[in-house]
Ligand binder design. Structure first.
Ligand SMILES: C[S@@+](CC[C@H](N)C(=O)[O-])C[C@H]1O[C@@H](n2cnc3c(N)ncnc32)[C@H](O)[C@@H]1O
Length: 282
């Protein structure tokens, strides 16, 4: 089932707004470099980068792997895609195609994107986006149909449970102010869930692991109100800033934040990911 239009619209506006500054986040830049390593992409191999954003993984693959084959990136945010196309043109990498489409429903563009061999892609990546899909099993089922049989690889990830304090607090308070969030951290409580996803989709798990720390952030309980105010100024959390619920949401956010900060008055956040590499069987 394709995602609901309103869910896609909120994801799209979140990333359209962030697109021009997205690459300033070194976590994503570093993770894209690591993805190319985890994928073990070789000369001549094809790559489908799902939720490609600003093209970090797709363009890094071009840089890291001389002679790499057909590369396609797909995303729903035209803002992110414009940045990707701009970067590709500036680097003379115009043969990388960036298309606007919902990655949970690729059937309509299958023939347009598959490599000329007709066998499917050697590698499919989906970096830092699985958490945004309401039905990941359905999506991965579609993706594996686009993988080359016997050894085509899928690499994807979710952030670890405690990797994003602010997002988690908004998830916790959402039902109390009758709001929803466009990410689905509730589906990803352990790295075992990634393994289960691959198995349920009929893939063979090669490895599931937790990454090293990509970034550390120290938050102070006394800053909770300001953190809320800054967050609701962005599309990602903007619905919590609606006039009718803002004060209630702010109160709940500050309380939860201070509870987490405890007597020390501080929260240490470590950005890490659970990563899965799986292959298509025969
Ligand atoms: C955190 S960014 C990751 C971008 C890129 N993979 C990277 O590692 O830098 C999440 C991306 O997922 C895209 N996205 C989320 N849901 C999508 C969907 N259903 N179809 C296509 N793109 C989607 C967003 O537009 C956004 O560009």
């Amino acid at each position: 089932m394709p995602q609901s239009q309103s869910h896609l619209d909120s994801v799209r506006s979140m990333y359209d707004e962030r697109s021009d500054r997205y690459d300033e986040n070194q976590v994503h830049v570093k993770q894209a470099q690591d993805y190319c390593r985890w994928a073990g992409l070789k000369s001549g191999e094809s790559l489908l980068d799902l939720a490609c954003g600003t093209g970090l993984v797709a363009l890094e693959a071009k840089r890291q792997v001389p002679g790499v084959g057909h590369i396609v990136g797909i995303d729903i945010s035209e803002g992110m895609l414009s940045v990707a196309r701009r970067k590709a043109a500036a680097a003379g990498l115009d043969d990388v195609r960036f298309l606007n489409h919902d990655i949970s429903d690729l059937s309509a563009i299958r023939d347009e994107i598959v490599p000329a061999t007709g066998e499917g892609f050697d590698v499919i990546t989906c970096a830092a986006a699985l958490i945004l899909l309401p039905d990941p099993l359905r999506a991965v089922g579609e993706w594996q149909a686009l993988l080359r049989p016997r050894g085509g690889r899928l690499i994807t990830d979710v952030q670890t449970r405690d990797a994003n304090v602010v997002m988690n607090i908004f998830s916790d308070i959402a039902p109390r102010v009758r709001e929803s969030v466009p990410w689905h951290s509730e589906l990803w409580q352990s790295q075992g869930e990634l393994e289960k996803l691959a198995l349920d989709a009929g893939l063979v798990v090669q490895m599931v692991f937790e990454t090293d720390v990509y970034a550390k952030t120290r938050y102070y309980g006394d800053d909770a109100g300001q953190i809320f105010d800054d967050a609701v100024g962005k599309a990602m959390f903007g619905n919590f800033g609606r006039a009718e619920i803002r004060e209630q949401a702010r109160g709940l956010f500050v309380q939860r934040f201070k509870d987490m900060a405890g007597p020390e008055g501080a929260i240490e956040e470590e950005t890490r990911y659970w990563v899965m590499v799986a292959t298509k069987a025969g």
